[in-house]
Design a binder for this molecule. Structure first.
Ligand SMILES: Nc1ncnc2c1ncn2[C@@H]1O[C@H](COP(=O)(O)OP(=O)(O)O)[C@@H](O)[C@H]1O
Ligand SMILES: N[C@@H](CCOP(=O)(O)O)C(=O)O
Length: 298
């Protein structure tokens, strides 16, 4: 096996009313260096990675073995070095990045030649929704949906904007944040919620970030139910707006929040919020346009 590197970006899902459907890739990365080895050797170099005590419990390896098994192959032992700058359980798609990394790992190490569509189908099955895994695989801003026949997706060019994230100290597991949501929605509410999502997509497609900012802040699918789980939810939204942001949303299921702001405004918003929220990690991020990248080493 030629040694290889897998790099998968973080992602921010939902963007307000695009619940379980919209997401964008961000320039925080999970990186794996992989080479052949007679026995398993895993080194991890980040406080953002769960501790591994046993290769059989390693999430990424478990996924790679599962995928290899579906193609009747045994995943070989490897030397694997892992880095990550994606914080866990903060709504920045760490689990989606790990799933995509596991699929890419099996594809590369077992020469499965999976298509992009197949990888998306597998990753969506494992994550339960395509909104994080689609941008983690493809990069950029991706709108996707699962229908009876396929996973349909569109990569929408995003108008230029600064992206600011506010990451609190304590995490929130996606599973717990999904439990806060209702099982069903009344027709009138569902129609209004999806109409807001439609206008959000249309405003992004036409480059009207002012309207997009308003639409992303009036979600009815998930934010109203999750707001009480999120520290400083109302204050971050209103203070970001006052500081010039177009709009602020929950990143994924939270607790991270994310603002879009006019290009060039991001730095002053970051400095302002670093003072306001000293316990948070506040950062200016870029949209990643590459998605999952495999590079042969040496
Ligand atoms: N790089 C990784 N390696 C192993 N497990 C991971 C990795 N990234 C995420 N996970 C698993 O996913 C969980 C977080 O997933 P989730 O609650 O969906 O939050 P997030 O918003 O970060 O995706 C972690 O607690 C861990 O079990
Ligand atoms: N649509 C999902 C997105 C979860 O994203 P994560 O980054 O919090 O795992 C949801 O809102 O539950």
């Amino acid at each position: 096996m030629t040694p290889f590197r897998i790099r998968v970006p973080a992602s921010s899902a939902n963007v307000g009313p695009g619940f379980d459907s919209m997401g964008l890739a961000l320039n925080l990365y999970l990186t794996l260096d992989v080479s052949a080895s007679a026995t398993w050797k895993i080194e991890q170099h980040s406080s953002h990675l769960p501790e591994v005590t046993d290769v059989d419990n390693h999430y990424i390896v478990t996924i790679a073995r599962d995928i290899a098994g579906r193609w009747n192959q045994e995943f070989p032992p490897c030397k694997m070095t892992v880095w990550s700058d994606i914080p866990l359980a903060r709504g920045l798609g760490s689990s989606a990045s790990a799933i995509v990394a596991g699929i890419e790992l099996a594809d590369q190490a077992c020469a499965l030649a999976l298509t992009r569509e197949k990888k998306l189908e597998l990753a969506t099955e494992m994550e339960g929704h395509p909104d994080n895994v689609a941008p983690a695989l493809m990069g950029g801003f991706v709108i996707s949906t699962v229908t009876d026949r396929a996973i349909d997706w569109v990569q929408l060019p995003m108008p230029d904007a600064d992206v600011i994230v506010y990451i609190p100290e304590a995490g929130l597991m996606t599973e717990a944040a999904r439990k806060a949501l209702p099982d069903t929605y009344q027709r009138e509410l569902a129609a209004s919620a999806s109409a807001r999502s439609n206008v959000l997509v249309a405003s992004l497609a036409s480059g009207d970030f002012h309207l997009a900012g308003n639409m992303m802040e009036c979600d009815l699918f998930h934010e109203p139910y999750r707001a009480e789980l999120i520290p400083n939810y109302d204050d971050i939204r209103s203070e970001a707006k006052k500081s010039g942001a177009y709009g602020t949303v929950l990143s994924g299921s939270g607790p991270t929040m994310m603002s879009f702001a006019p290009t060039g405004k991001g730095e002053s918003i970051v400095s302002h919020f670093k003072e306001l929220l000293p316990d948070y990690q506040v950062a200016l991020l870029q949209i990643d346009h590459d998605g999952a990248v495999i590079s042969l080493q040496g």
